[in-house]
Design a protein around this ligand. Structure first.
Ligand code: NAI
Ligand code: MG
Length: 816
């Protein structure tokens, strides 16, 4: 930052003075220590933009094409100046881009990890050489202070390419049994245009995917410049394609049948729409959406540091940050002191032209966004909030908003609950740490949180309790390519950065063993099936909250053997039963998640022990159901026992890690349970395919609402007796049977289910994906048949463990 002694506080340069008058002026100037303008030169950028005359096409297959779409303008929001024109991508343009990406796929994969690493490394080098131009272009197009684009956006984008050059090199050895997803569609927002490009393009290329990227309509320029740089750097044609345009262009990328994965960052509303549109298509999806991240200040905090933290937390990038610390939660005893100091600090924040290196806040990206923010402030006022802004003049032209503090808003007010995406901080108070955690989690989002206290044991006690993908202790808005970033809940799913992020662009190579269908035991002749039950009529029930329960509707379904004879009945669960099961799971969730891995392992071992002693009985039921021969039925029971042992073993071994981030801090990556997992089991392995996922989920601290196999429900229903004798806590596992079409949709749409696993993969799975859009739960439909329940491999186990957890990264800086 440039501090100029010879300027006055209002920013006008004082003329040089002479003699004793000069001495007093210098003295005077030092007393005020104001800032003068320190404009960054934009000549190179102006030349690149041909002084606003340039019209960009799309970058497709290594060439620039115009397409038939309209020309749209992009402006600098600080002064309204026209920067350039760009094309609105049509469906045809998207089609050409996807074809180019598909054509490039085979050779991009054949050149191998090392060659891809060289390409990514070269991209990083070339970006670095042009970093000044990128910073200026970014600030002009978006309105962000050049100090931020120069010191944060661009260096971090470069870092992502370097980091992922490493993953390209390591991918073959670090991700054995996985292959690239194929052509990926990537849609990015306007708040960090080049950085979001880097977060998406770098891991995709490292994994061996090819890309069609759609930048945001307010800020297409840095992506177009990047395409030029990539072209000059010799990136093979078609590996990266950039199609510009608005929402309709993005929608065309999402809908294109050949994009195998969609990676999206933007509003929760559009994320939800993309979830619905991709449902049932088999496309992979990662969503990085909005947030209303808590910024928690305890009375034990260094308040001056916390005030600086707030400045970085919510006024960085004019507050247009998905993880902005926009909800200040301050302990009641220090509220007055904190807000006094904060207001005093806000008085010194300088709002001005983004190319002025001496300003703190630039312009809002577009009038639409500015009006949206102003609308929230109006609503806040109407709700009775006090809206405070420092009394400093804003630049006259351009889209500027001052830093804003809202106090006294009722907790239900939209300014407290909704993402504002502007320079607006809402302040609330709490009394105890428990109340702080409850308030922090009182949101549908879960992207990030910031905790301020000098009491480290308090910080580390509170951090795991906050539902967010990233928790910063005594710091905020720290990012690095080595640490995954992404959300919980309606902030989306998937991670960007680090090993965590690489998984988003890989899929398991389908098992060479012939896939699941081939190993479903074929119907045997009737006389090969074992004899009927031993004569005593057994009424099987649902198992909910640790109790055997009659189905709410009072109906049962006949279960037939391979000869078509009815040999048992299964309860026909309905929506009410599903809701009861989810409720019972929710009650058990916190205490099960809080158990040690050691204890969870003990219970899984106990289950294994009790199942093993009943091997003959379960083998009998398997034979009865599927007609399997005696040996394979016994074998399946044995596999089920083994998987209980496997996941018992992993209960205390699926460790987190400490990331190598380049700051003076420790970044812990903790594997946390996802919460309530809805599991839909298939008929392929009616016992091992039930025990396997349940054991995986339980081992990592999740609770389960299970839908047992539809055609062969009996072995799973009989597990109730094993569970009851194995100390499985009530509600930890809940079992439902019935017609899948009658129960699964309720599970998929339930807001208190955090994740859904579907091992059937049929049309109903697509419906589930669509229904999951409500709370944006993670959905895993194993369409590739990746997990072989009858012969599980180490890869299958690792995949289940990954699905059973989500990573929270906790940043703890050190130093005195
Ligand atoms: P948006 O979600 O509409 O735009 C993000 C990107 O998605 C842009 O590239 C846009 O062209 C594209 N898009 C829009 N509709 C699409 C569709 N149906 N299918 C595919 N792509 C589509 O965000 P917008 O309208 O710019 O901002 C609205 C609000 O969204 C903001 O006020 C803020 O609250 C939130 N937002 C959050 C971001 C984040 O990083 N979490 C980034 C940008 C906006
Ligand atoms: Mg612009």
């Amino acid at each position: 930052m440039t501090r100029q002694g010879a300027t006055t506080r209002d920013g006008t340069n004082a003329p040089p003075a002479a003699g004793s008058a000069s001495a007093s002026r210098v003295h005077e100037a030092f007393r005020h220590l104001g800032y003068g303008p320190a404009p960054e030169g934009d000549r190179t950028a102006r030349e690149w933009l041909e002084e606003g005359e340039r019209v960009f096409g799309h970058y497709v297959g290594g060439s620039w094409i115009d397409g038939a779409g309209d020309i749209r303008p992009t402006h600098c929001p600080a002064d309204g100046r026209l920067l350039a024109g760009f094309r609105d991508g049509t469906g045809d343009d998207v089609d050409r881009a996807v074809s180019a990406a598909a054509d490039a796929l085979a050779s991009w994969q054949e050149i191998g990890g090392h060659a891809r690493a060289r390409h990514l490394y070269r991209l990083a080098r070339q970006l670095q050489k042009r970093s000044r131009l990128f910073a200026v272009v970014e600030s002009l197009d978006n309105g962000k202070p050049v100090r931020e684009s120069r010191d944060l956006d661009i260096p971090l984008a470069i870092r992502h390419f370097y980091h992922h050059a490493g993953w390209a090199q390591l991918a073959p050895s670090e991700f054995p049994g996985y292959e690239p997803l194929g052509v990926v569609g990537q849609i990015i927002p306007w708040n960090f245009p080049l950085l979001m490009l880097a977060w998406k393009v770098a891991p995709a290329l490292a994994a061996g995917c090819t890309v069609v990227l759609k930048p945001a309509e307010y800020t297409p320029l840095s992506a177009l410049l990047f395409a030029e740089v990539a072209h000059e750097a010799g990136l093979p044609p078609g590996v990266l394609n950039v199609v510009t345009g608005g929402g309709a262009t993005g929608a065309a990328v999402v809908r294109h049948p050949e994009t195998r994965k969609i990676a999206f960052t933007g509003s929760t509303e559009v994320g939800r729409e993309i979830r619905r549109v991709t449902a049932g298509t088999g496309k992979h999806l990662s969503l990085e959406l909005g947030g209303k991240s808590p910024f928690v200040v305890f009375d034990s905090a260094d308040l001056d540091a916390a005030v600086e933290g707030v400045v970085d937390g919510v006024w960085f990038n004019q507050g247009q940050v998905c993880c902005a610390g926009s909800r200040l939660l301050v302990q009641e005893s220090v509220e007055a002191e904190m807000l006094d100091r904060l207001r005093a600090r806000m008085e010194t924040i300088r709002v001005g032209h983004p190319l002025d290196k001496a300003i703190d806040m630039g312009a809002i990206v577009d009038r639409v966004q500015m009006e949206r923010v102003e609308g929230y402030l109006e609503a806040g006022r109407a709700d009775g909030a006090e809206i405070w802004q420092p009394d400093r003049p804003l630049p006259k032209d351009g889209l500027f908003l001052p830093p804003t503090l809202c106090t006294g808003a009722p907790p239900s007010s939209t300014i407290v609950t909704e993402e504002i995406f502007g320079p607006v901080l809402v302040s609330l108070t709490f009394r105890t740490p428990a109340e702080a955690v409850a308030l922090a989690n009182d949101t549908r989002y879960g992207l990030a949180a910031s905790i301020w206290t000098e009491d480290m044991s308090l910080a580390l006690d509170v951090a795991p309790g906050i539902k967010a993908g990233t928790v910063w202790v005594n710091c905020t808005n720290m990012f690095d390519a080595a640490s995954g970033f992404g959300g919980y809940r309606e902030s989306g799913f998937g991670r960007e950065g680090g090993r965590e992020g690489m998984w988003e662009y890989l899929k398991p190579v389908p098992p060479a063993r012939g896939g699941r269908a081939a190993s479903v035991p074929g119907p045997a002749s009737a006389d090969a099936a074992p004899a009927a039950d031993d004569g005593v009529d057994r009424t099987r029930k649902l198992w909910i909250g640790g109790k055997q329960t009659r189905p709410d509707g009072g109906y049962s379904l006949p279960v037939v053997d391979t000869a078509g004879a009815v040999y048992a009945e299964a309860p026909r669960g309905n929506r009410k039963d599903v809701r009861n099961a989810v409720e019972a799971a929710a009650k058990a969730r916190t205490s099960w998640a809080g158990q040690s891995g050691h204890l969870r392992a003990q219970i899984l071992y106990y289950l294994a022990e009790n199942l093993a002693v009943r091997q003959e009985e379960f083998a009998h039921q398997l034979r009865r159901a599927t007609g399997a021969d005696a040996q394979s039925a016994r074998g399946e029971v044995d596999v089920a026992v083994q998987s209980l042992f496997t996941f018992a073993a992993w209960a205390d071994k699926h460790d987190g890690s400490v990331h190598s981030t380049p700051f003076r801090n420790v970044t812990f990556a903790m594997n946390e349970p996802v919460g309530t997992v809805g599991i839909r089991c298939g008929d392929h392995a009616p016992l091992a395919g039930v025990i396997g996922p349940v054991a995986a989920a339980l081992s990592q601290g999740n609770v389960v609402a299970l839908v047992v196999p539809e055609r062969f429900p009996i072995p799973a229903l009989d597990l109730v007796q094993v569970m009851e004798t194995s100390d499985v806590p009530p509600g930890t596992v809940n079992m439902l049977s019935g017609i899948h079409g009658e129960v699964v949709p309720t599970l998929a749409s339930h807001d208190d289910v955090d994740q859904l696993w579907d091992f059937v993969a049929d049309d109903l799975s697509g419906d589930s994906e669509r229904l999951s859009a409500g709370n944006l739960k993670r959905v895993w439909v194993d369409r590739e048949g990746a997990v072989d329940w009858l012969e599980p491999t180490g890869r299958d186990t690792a995949m289940l463990l990954r699905k059973a957890t989500r990573v929270k990264n906790i940043w703890v800086p050190y130093g005195v």
